[in-house]
Design a binder for this molecule. Structure first.
Ligand SMILES: CC(C)(COP(=O)(O)OP(=O)(O)OC[C@H]1O[C@@H](n2cnc3c(N)ncnc32)[C@H](O)[C@@H]1OP(=O)(O)O)[C@@H](O)C(=O)NCCC(=O)NCCS
Length: 195
């Protein structure tokens, strides 16, 4: 994921309105199975209401369950384990992290690097547990994170960097309006979303 020292690159303009409406379209349930994970069957969302996705602080009661969440085999190269991320956050004042819940079930984890002094906001870690992928939880959580960032001082853009290659989450971020800046950071493709 993106380093803390990246500068914001004002190349791509995505209007706030367009991003919101695109996210709303994306959030509408569609009976499609992602080609990179054909074994992950999308449940029939028409027959049962989707649980509400929320970002929650991790507590002494929930930390173990968050640390048991894991990505699918082959996705480990895209994100560190949640235990490592939470340990790193403990030593990094810029870290902001939350568990992602669907209803009351923990399904994922997100961590940002927040530096209001230089208005640099970046995804550092983002994952949905393998059992819970392809249900729209990732995109909804992304929307909630962006809503939070918009409340922060000087928030004009968000950055993320992705390991390229098969199964890369780059297409997921591009669906939400992120665009490559052209920069490569430590081998990772840097993407930016103007807020
Ligand atoms: C990337 C990730 C967070 C997406 O979470 P998710 O809950 O499975 O995503 P959603 O169900 O909300 O998917 C929303 C859309 O993005 C698409 N999508 C999801 N993951 C994708 C990927 N890796 N590549 C391309 N498209 C993807 C879905 O097919 C869906 O499209 P649709 O609306 O046409 O059906 C999850 O796959 C994950 O944890 N991956 C492993 C860790 C990782 O790569 N983290 C990012 C580090 S930068």
């Amino acid at each position: 994921m993106v380093s803390h020292s990246l500068s914001l690159d004002p190349q791509v303009k995505v209007s706030h309105h367009n991003t919101d409406s695109r996210l709303s379209q994306i959030l509408a349930p569609r009976p499609q199975i992602h080609p990179d994970n054909p074994e992950l069957k999308r449940p029939n969302l028409m027959s049962s209401p989707s649980p509400q996705v929320s970002l929650r602080e991790i507590t002494a009661d929930t930390v173990r369950s968050i640390c048991t969440l894991v990505v699918a085999p082959g996705q480990e190269k895209f994100v560190a384990s949640n235990a490592v991320s939470i340990a790193q956050a403990y030593f990094e004042p810029k870290a902001w992290f939350r568990a992602i819940h669907a209803g009351d079930t923990p399904v994922g984890f997100v961590m940002l690097s927040l530096d209001p002094t230089i208005a640099e906001y970046a995804f550092w870690r983002f994952m949905i547990d393998a059992k819970h992928q392809q249900r729209g939880y990732g995109m909804r959580a992304l929307e909630l994170v962006l809503a939070h960032v918009r409340t922060l001082p000087n928030a004009t853009a968000v950055l993320v960097s992705c390991v390229p290659g098969e199964g890369s989450p780059q297409a997921f971020y591009e669906r939400a309006g992120f665009r490559p800046t052209g920069a490569i950071d430590d081998g990772e493709v840097v993407l930016r979303l103007d807020l």
